[in-house]
Design a protein around this ligand. Sequence first.
Ligand code: PRP
Ligand code: URA
Length: 209
Amino acid sequence: MQGVTVVDHPLVQHKLTIMRDKGTSTASFRRLLREISLLLCYEVTRDLELTTRTIETPMAEMVAPTLEGKKLVFASVLRAGNGLLDGMLDLVPAARVAHVGLYRDHETLQAVEYFFKAPSDLADRLVIVVDPMLATANSAIAAVEKLKGRGATNLRFLCLLAAPEGIERFTAAHPDVPVFTAAIDERLNELGYIVPGLGDAGDRMYGTK
Ligand code: PRP
Ligand code: URA
């Protein structure tokens, strides 16, 4: 699928299987999501541009690679996005953070916004939007629209699980935003849940069901 990268690393797939298992505890689910986020972060940042700077090692002067451009922005779609965000900040501690508060109305499946806070200079930065689930894509589409409305032009979307229907809708709405996911599942059910999926990511992370 154009614009979609499936991160099929064996460690990601192994951890994802444990997360899907309904017998996995809240504590383990949270820990695994954090671990997977490190691996996904590695993949979504794989082609970041480098420049060089001159440094002195204890042995010699050298021209060494360093990341080019302004610090990244990680945009977490609340609540469940925070499960990916925490691990990503372990890898890129200097990243700036945006929070996009959205919940899915259970009747209409439309995304309802309740919070937004982001750095003011989004236009100058790569913005990586993180949310474990891409189901109908209503939330992802709304989050990216909001960020674009605040100036972001260079975005990527990172999730753990995607439904084929969600990928199709998201890439139609935002063809300029590449998607990274650990798996593309079979389908959405009549309630808009990903099947086989892993259930409600936010509830499983926080034990709220
Ligand atoms: C979940 C998930 C996504 C959204 C995906 O959030 O984290 O944000 O659903 O579904 P969609 O693609 O059909 O929009 P939810 O609304 O349950 O909120 P939560 O993270 O606070 O639990
Ligand atoms: N949100 C979730 O957390 N899980 C799904 O399967 C769909 C939307």
